[in-house]
Write a protein that binds this ligand. Structure first.
Ligand code: SF4
Length: 154
């Protein structure tokens, strides 16, 4: 039986980032290819109705603002909800989400000042998924991902 992994689409090379680019992580792709994995791609910000490209955004407390000052919290909540529904429907085993994103970051996010300062915290989709007890890794923890894949393949 294939291991089902929910994954930030930008990590697999989809051009869904705010800049219109991606975060392709070849070492992650190579790792996933070693196992019987089915990937289920999400982009919570696209699900929330935000455009590509879009103005970058950061979390400030329990809200999200774009760099030009718009409150886009609703779009982020919608994207998180849709991502969760897709996780449920696909009965995923775990998730791999892009670190530091205001949607996908699972350990770190930017501090809301648009000055490049990173703080501990979770993006809106990571908050929702972890509240629902879904295990999340980031692309920066390949060793942990490999250990978990190893465990699930047994
Ligand atoms: Fe990637 Fe997540 Fe940002 Fe979409 S919302 S571009 S999947 S980090």
């Amino acid at each position: 039986k294939k291991i089902k992994v929910l994954i930030s689409a930008c990590l697999l090379g989809d051009n869904v980032k705010y800049s219109g680019g991606n975060n392709l992580t070849p070492e992650l792709v190579t790792l996933l290819e070693k196992y019987e994995v089915k990937t289920i791609k999400i982009c919570p910000e696209c699900f929330g109705g935000l455009e590509i490209p879009r103005v970058p955004s950061e979390i400030l407390g329990d809200k999200v603002f774009s760099k030009d000052g718009k409150d886009i919290t609703e779009e982020f909540l919608k994207g998180a909800e849709k991502s969760y529904i897709i996780s449920k429907k696909n009965k995923i085993d775990f998730a791999i989400l892009k670190e530091r994103s205001p949607s996908c970051g699972s350990s770190f996010i930017y501090d809301g000042s648009f000055s490049g300062k990173v703080i501990q915290g979770k993006g809106f989709t990571a908050r929702k998924l972890s509240k629902e007890n879904i295990i999340i890794f980031s692309e920066e923890n390949l060793e942990e991902i490999e250990k978990y894949l190893e465990k699930l393949s047994k």
